[in-house]
Design a protein around this ligand. Structure first.
Ligand SMILES: [Zn+2]
Ligand SMILES: [Zn+2]
Length: 250
């Protein structure tokens, strides 16, 4: 399984970095974990939009889902070929919310291009991938996503505040992509069920026993060195900050 960071900017795109999108490839199958603002452009540096086989959306904040509408346009109006509908695993209500965002208030919405499948807690097969999701702590319904293939495991937090569910979801993962939006001191007055600090990401990674931690979803106003130093106070394993274009072979 190969995991490529397409975009990892937290909350909104930054200069040269789209919002959240991770390309997961295994056995020739391509799935996207989130498809945030600006990500479809960068994705085309890694594969064609026609080669996407499934999309897995953690939640419906724009920095995690909005370029699904760009993918709709690209696949629907591609003059060179016809694209089959692909599954979009997403929180309940995604089909209607995203159709409304596109201006399609009447059926068929975005169907014909996307087959929306609602998340429910537990395990499912997506192509050759075994996918397990669990609810995270965030102001809108948000699912952390665990992806397993051929004995390797990726765990992706989506957006979340501190929660034991993330520890369980990421248990013994080879790679943990944990959000690290907040900075201790700067964001102490923010609601608890919103985001993690670097130290909290590291603490969750330690408790889960993950083998490698990659901090992601840093907003453009974060200093990556601050998030990294914070994570090192609570996680002793290898840790780095996600960069667009970075790839991990698990
Ligand atoms: Zn976000
Ligand atoms: Zn969010």
């Amino acid at each position: 399984m190969r995991v490529t960071v397409v975009g990892c900017s937290g909350s909104f795109p930054g200069p040269g970095n789209p919002a959240s999108c991770y390309l997961v490839e295994a056995d020739g199958f391509r799935a996207l974990l989130d498809l945030g603002s600006g990500a479809l452009g960068a994705l085309q540096g890694h594969c064609s939009f026609g080669e996407v086989d499934a999309v897995l959306l953690s939640h419906l904040h724009p920095d995690h889902c909005m370029d699904l509408l760009s993918l709709y346009v690209a696949r629907t109006y591609d003059p060179t070929r016809t694209h089959p509908a692909i599954p979009v695993h997403a929180p309940a209500g995604a089909a209607s919310q995203l159709a409304q965002a596109y201006g399609r208030t009447q059926p068929p919405g975005l169907s014909g291009c996307f087959d929306f499948v609602e998340w429910s807690a537990g395990r499912r097969e997506v192509g050759p991938l075994t996918v397990t999701v669990a609810p995270m702590a965030h102001p809108v319904p948000t699912w952390g996503i665990r992806v397993e293939h051929a004995g390797s495991t990726l765990a992706y937090s989506g957006d979340t505040g501190p929660t034991d569910n993330l520890v369980e979801l990421a248990r013994d993962a080879d790679l943990a992509l944990f959000e690290s939006s907040f900075e201790q001191g700067r964001d102490d007055a923010s609601p608890r069920d919103l985001h993690l600090t670097g130290a909290q990401a590291g603490e969750h990674a330690s408790r889960a026993g993950v083998r490698r931690l990659v901090l992601t979803h840093l907003p453009p106003w974060n200093d990556p060195a601050v998030s990294l130093a914070a994570a090192r106070t609570s996680y002793a394993g290898p840790v780095e900050v996600a960069r667009p274009g970075s790839a991990y072979d698990l």
